[in-house]
Design a protein around this ligand. Sequence first.
Ligand SMILES: [Zn+2]
Length: 304
Amino acid sequence: MSLLVLTHNDCLGHRPPEGHPERPERLEAAWRGLNQIDELAVKDARPVTRAELDRAHGPNYLERIENLESAGQRIALDPDTHFGPGSLRAARLAAGAACQGVDSVLAGTATRAFAVVRPPGHHAEAARAMGFCIFSNLAVAALHAVSGHGLKRVALVDFDVHHGNGSEAILAGNGQVLFLSSHQSPLYPGTGQIDAPHAANVRNAILPPGSGSNEFRDLWLEHLLPELDRFQPELILASAGFDAHWRDPLAQLQLKDDDYYWIGERLAELADSHANGRLVASLEGGYDLQALEASTLAFAEALN
Ligand SMILES: [Zn+2]
């Protein structure tokens, strides 16, 4: 069964100010990567429902966002996260695509799904937007898998170069979800240190600036993949950020296109071992367009 890609043209409609790294052209670069694969099933993403958002985000935050949309306001929700006409529609589709991916792999209409969307999600916390993210797309999807579908063991792995502070904060203490993250440190947002207090269902692993393929692969092989294997997930979710690539302007890791094929293949193998193959990934970061195109292609090929 071929990889199901969930995406939507309206994800282009979220338009931060000129010069912002999280720009609509990122999505077009990811699409160019996917277009190089012959057999892909591509579907329009659906918007997230309010009930799905309510599992991860507070009502005051959701109402504030809805009011801003109704007022047609253009504002900065945090120093990095801009909101304007089209932003709520894009954010609803980004979170909805991840939930739709969960629905599809649990219904058996696809084995793996890749939500190729923006804005990204893993920095958004329960009550605030942060770091280009409005809704915590994969935390919403993890809670949808647990509360909406009744799964008992859902793993969320995050290989974006930044720590997924929002995913961690929303899922911390939830015994049905395991959160695993590798990230550069020091780097924004500064959380996810290995000696920082964290919940029992959280595993963080850090890479110093300058780390490359060997360090990344060793970290996953020695620390994170064995934890994922022991957890025996019924479903694997992946925060697929491609900003650890050597070309990326926002961080200092040195990964190559191949490393994204490698991590995709490792995750697909563990999904095959424990989860009937079920894996749902969602695009997070990746701010060099050429690297984003090639990395999206490499990762999707590993899942296909
Ligand atoms: Zn990132």
